[in-house]
Design a protein around this ligand. Structure first.
Ligand SMILES: [Zn+2]
Length: 305
């Protein structure tokens, strides 16, 4: 059983009342730590990483309103990429949740709420839905986010990207996207090229890109990220004007994207210091039993976000 299959199995058994259900993190050393993107809803605080039966040090937690990924080169993707390259994350899970208030909020309601806070409509972007990433289905939102992350040129082909949905009432986790299946597909070069599409084409058209030439060996990570983001944004911009041309080169492009991702990872490995091995969770608990299903203590509608 792969890591997330074991996590979901243990979770279902625990939710079903099996007090012995749990996970042996030592069995999954090569698949840890995991990176999870979840919503900002405070009701989730009680569930993570408990619902996954993982020790806290193996859980890299990213949060944004609605666990939304707006694009393959967005700020959230930047964090996911660095969580893999710098913090050693091995698998990514986009975890949505039921009763998400971001999902329930319409553009009109949001504008009203912003107005009461003194936010002027004319200073906001024209397309409110697109800018705030508002969505109508928690499940569909997870499918889209997992798809964008899977096909982002920032994520190496060896990292599985899963999509899960957490029941906010019971703590039960369910598959939405089995990342091991899409991961196998992505490893086939033809599929990867088709999946990566125009972005891969745009990046591929750069030819032999050498990250070492960017001259930032002494740059701090934040500065590097900004430079890399600028560079990527610029390349994504080129794409919009040259889609037809780049699409002709899609096949070799995927290889280049993988090469660039490899170079980024290699560069990070060489130039960014890692904590000594002894500082990284030296003792792994033999068994982390799941707590019994956690029910939120009080949920009052006015406290929902
Ligand atoms: Zn939410």
């Amino acid at each position: 059983m792969r890591l997330f299959e074991a996590i979901i199995d243990a979770n279902h058994r625990a939710v079903g009342g099996d007090t012995t259900a749990g996970l042996h993190p030592a069995d999954f050393e090569n698949e840890l730590p995991v990176i999870a993107l979840t919503c900002i809803d405070p009701r989730l605080n009680a569930y993570f990483p408990n619902a996954l039966a993982l020790p806290a040090e193996e859980f890299i937690w990213l949060r944004n309103a609605g666990n939304i990924i707006t694009g393959p080169l967005s700020s959230t993707m930047r964090s996911l990429a660095l969580a893999c390259a710098v913090k050693g994350g091995k698998e990514i899970a986009i975890i949505g949740h039921t009763d998400c208030q971001i999902c329930k909020t319409t553009a009109m309601q949001l504008l009203d709420k912003l107005k009461t806070q003194g936010v002027e409509r004319h200073l906001l972007p024209d397309n409110i839905n697109e800018f705030f990433g508002l969505f109508g289905s928690e499940r569909q939102n997870v499918i889209e986010a997992a798809g964008i992350a899977r096909n982002s040129p920032l994520i190496g082909p060896k990292i599985p990207v899963h999509g899960l949905l957490l029941d906010i009432e019971t703590g039960k986790l369910d598959w939405v996207v089995n990342g091991y299946e899409t991961w196998q597909k992505a490893l086939s070069p033809g599929d990867a090229a088709r999946a990566s599409g125009p972005i891969a084409g745009a990046l591929g058209s750069l030819g032999a890109f050498n990250i070492g030439e960017m001259k930032f060996p002494e740059t701090k990570i934040g500065e590097f990220a900004t430079k890399a983001e600028d560079w990527l944004s610029k390349e994504a911009g080129k794409l919009e004007t040259g889609t037809a041309e780049t699409m002709r080169n899609v096949e070799p492009a995927a290889e280049s994207v993988q090469k660039i991702a490899g170079q980024v990872a290699e560069f990070a490995e060489k130039h960014w210091p890692r904590p000594p091995v002894s500082a990284r969770a030296p003792t792994k608990p033999p068994k982390i039993p799941l707590p019994p299903p956690i029910r939120p203590k009080i949920i009052q509608s006015r406290d929902k976000r």
